[in-house]
Design a protein around this ligand. Sequence first.
Ligand SMILES: NC(=O)c1ccc[n+]([C@@H]2O[C@H](COP(=O)([O-])OP(=O)(O)OC[C@H]3O[C@@H](n4cnc5c(N)ncnc54)[C@H](OP(=O)(O)O)[C@@H]3O)[C@@H](O)[C@H]2O)c1
Length: 281
Amino acid sequence: MTLGGTLTLGGDLEVHRLGFGAMRITGEGVWGPPPDDDAALAVLRRAVELGVDLIDTADSYGPAVSEELIAEALHPYPDGLSIATKGGLERGGPGQWSRNGRPEHLRVACEASLRRLRVDRIDLYQLHAPDPDVPYEDSVGTLKALQDEGKIRHVGVSNVSPEQLEQARAIVDVVTVQNRFNLTDRSSADVLAVCERDGIGFFPWFPLAAGELAKPGGAVAGIAESHDATTGQVALAWLLQRSPVMLAIPGTGSVDHLEENLAAAQLTLGDDEMVTLEAAG
Ligand SMILES: NC(=O)c1ccc[n+]([C@@H]2O[C@H](COP(=O)([O-])OP(=O)(O)OC[C@H]3O[C@@H](n4cnc5c(N)ncnc54)[C@H](OP(=O)(O)O)[C@@H]3O)[C@@H](O)[C@H]2O)c1
């Protein structure tokens, strides 16, 4: 599969623009093991079989569960497969997330991810979110130190404003930003514009969301019908066509859904459809 063509992160990490988000291969509320371990392992293996070369995860998914399943399914990793993980969030229970950007926490988190993923160096390590109780420079500075020590190849940030992105870039070469962005939430369009201008990869999380637009009579539903596609496929195709720096990471615990999502890369929306979808937001 072409998977939306490729994007080169940080000048040397070439990956397809349609990847896989591994948050949904855990239990309810992104907590604990998935309902069926074998099904989760099958999804990961099928993703790689179909050409996915970028899997996004985080230490907090499970916690630990997602990273452990990735290693179990795919280690030793095939050439060209990159795993992107994150640190900076802690879990108290299902659906509960709290921020921890303290340098000592980030160090321990990164070391634990290295062990779970069974690698000497993490291809892309992302600071999951700014912690309001810790100066952002201190958190980002820790990732820079870990990079200097050879534990991280590339650094990314997530859930940032344009100002926070600028702050991070003053400290380290930021190669990706991961913010929520989809047909119904374009509040990070300003951050995306900076990424596009400067060639930084943009991972839109919750990419499949189309809300009311996907309901019968909605703009997305109509376009999907005319292409004999699903509304999720239109949502993904829109993202990929929206910007050359977009790298979508839809997540699922189902092989059928995975295959459907990856097939979205074959869908080309017309200029008029892109205009309609742009206006529908
Ligand atoms: N940086 C951050 O703060 C942050 C936050 C959230 C997510 N993320 C990352 O972004 C990735 C994607 O985000 P997301 O999981 O929130 O949103 P998403 O990929 O847009 O949506 C996933 C949801 O849609 C369902 N789904 C997937 N494919 C489907 C299909 N073809 N048909 C019907 N339902 C389908 C999944 O359920 P099934 O399992 O039943 O398919 C799941 O409930 C995550 O995996 C994670 O890596 C990052």
